[in-house]
Ligand binder design. Structure first.
Ligand code: PHE
Length: 476
């Protein structure tokens, strides 16, 4: 007898879980700094346009494909293109991608936990030392934190869709919103905060170059957790009473709002600590910022508010980012978990055990990539440098392959499943979608310029990352 597919228990439960996936380190740190460096208000506007015009339609397509097939991504590809070898490979790509992303994301999440524990133990001042991060990631403690993160995430996933994923999101997401708002309120009342806000928001059109536009699209795409199979999987757990267009809009709005508000926290904090700072010089890597730069910023509060308050603010911030990371990690591991359940007919527990071993081994390889083991540290040369195993996983699965997966899902939905069938799925639970402007726009865009743009971004990234050929610079 087939086991009945699990479902989210409520509309808000789905929205919080999907927003939990979407809101991650990218929103809280990556977006604010990118925006500040790349044209402020002008970047924000371009980003918002990409979210609405390119990413939202892809999200609808992923959710509809998931709910209609009631399958994991590989199952969905097989459902819409039965017997096709090529689509089977595409399906595999949307399964391996989340698996590999989960591996390096688990490493970043365990660092966040480690930093939080250190701050709570009164060690903020050590975290602010320049050499601390390098020492921390090579210390034995990482194995303990790794076990805690994998164990905790595993327990949430073991609870299933309603009692695990949905419950965790219902607890963590509202906490995240509240802590974020409190921190923003605190940040905005610091001296010099307004200089940061001005830097963040005043549009500077001269900074908008083709590569900034390319970057904004990449950021928007991964910020909404697209191309990772997550929305297909979460869509497969959506009730047929829920409106996909409405839920997707809510997720996109929440994700963008959190990214925007996070800027009101990060930029004023940076400016009030160091009014002379030139954000153009800030590292564009979120990892560098979170673990090396921000502890210094928080410690800087000591002179005006005292060590205890500085540690409390830092602890609140790291809790915020940790929660965001855990809900994202849960969503990304759920993709292969659901695939093993669907494809091999295993129970949730068996499936977690099957995958857990692989994830732990690969996560260890990543964790050993920072100097502990030479083989993983100097893993492979490309793009003019020797890269570690961790770098390779990030470059291939996070930075490069997502737009390709997005392109493939657009083509699958529009030309195998057909748009009219997708629209029928979108009417379920939402009659008002029929004949709407959104429907007409998506009907046109999803089979034409959206996949074209995604393919171009993919080609551009491959050339740049692996062959150091800057197509944009050559063309413009
Ligand atoms: N959307 C997340 C972010 O903005 C990206 C992500 C989702 C990463 C799920 C891993 C897993 O950071």
């Amino acid at each position: 007898m087939a086991i009945e597919r699990e479902e989210f228990g409520s509309r808000i439960g789905f929205i919080l879980a999907a927003a939990g996936s979407a809101v991650g380190i990218g929103n809280l740190v990556g977006f604010p700094v990118n925006a500040a460096k790349n044209g402020g208000g002008a970047f924000l506007l371009i980003y918002a346009l990409f979210i609405a015009l390119v990413c939202l339609p892809v999200m609808l397509a992923e959710l509809a494909a998931g709910r209609n097939s009631r399958k994991n991504p590989l199952g969905a590809y097989k459902h819409f293109a039965p017997g096709s070898r090529r689509w089977f490979i595409a399906g595999w790509s949307s399964l391996i991608t989340p698996f590999m992303i989960s591996v390096f994301y688990a490493v970043i999440t365990l660092w966040l936990l480690g930093y939080l524990v250190e701050i709570l133990s009164g060690n903020l001042s050590s975290l602010a030392q320049p050499e601390y991060f390098g020492e921390f990631i090579n210390s034995k403690q990482v194995f303990l934190y790794l076990a805690l993160i994998i164990g905790g995430t595993g327990l949430i996933l073991l609870g299933g869709v309603q009692k695990g994923i949905e419950k965790a999101a219902k607890l963590m997401m509202p906490t995240l919103f509240i802590v974020l708002l409190i921190l923003v309120g605190f940040g905005l009342t610091r001296d010099n905060a307004m200089a940061g806000v001005a830097f963040y928001l005043i549009p500077d059109l001269s900074k908008i170059t083709p590569s900034v536009i390319n970057g904004a699209l990449g950021q928007a795409f991964f910020s909404l957790s697209l191309g990772m199979g997550i929305m297909i999987t979460y869509g497969s757990y959506m009730s047929s009473k829920a409106s996909i267009p409405h839920s997707a809009k809510m997720v996109a709005i929440t994700d963008t709002a959190v990214a925007f508000v996070a800027g009101l926290l990060i930029l004023p904090a940076i400016f009030s600590f160091n009014p002379e700072v030139d954000p153009a010089e800030l590292s564009s890597s979120s990892v560098g910022l979170v673990f090396s730069y921000l502890p210094k910023i928080f410690l800087g509060l000591q002179s005006s508010a005292g060590y205890f308050a500085a540690s409390a603010v830092a602890a609140a911030f790291f809790t915020l980012v940790l929660f965001a990371a855990i809900t994202s990690l849960v969503s990304i591991i759920e993709v292969p978990v659901s695939a093993v359940m669907d494809e091999l007919g295993q129970s949730r527990k068996q499936s977690l055990l099957t995958l857990g071993g692989g994830i732990i081994v690969l996560t260890l390889f990543c964790a050993l990539s920072f100097g502990m083991v030479d083989f993983f540290t100097d893993f492979i040369p490309y793009g003019g440098d020797t890269r570690s195993f961790f770098d390779l996983v990030i470059d291939v699965f996070y930075e490069t392959i997502l737009p390709l997966n997005g392109f493939l899902i657009c083509i699958l939905v529009c030309y195998r499943w057909k748009r009219s069938n997708m629209n029928e799925e979108l009417y379920i639970g939402d009659e008002s979608f029929r004949g709407s402007f959104m429907e007409r726009y998506i009907d046109f865009a999803l089979g034409t310029f959206i996949p074209a743009i995604l393919l171009l971004v993919f080609i551009n990234t491959v050339l740049l990352k692996f062959f150091t050929i800057d197509m944009i610079a050559l063309l413009f």
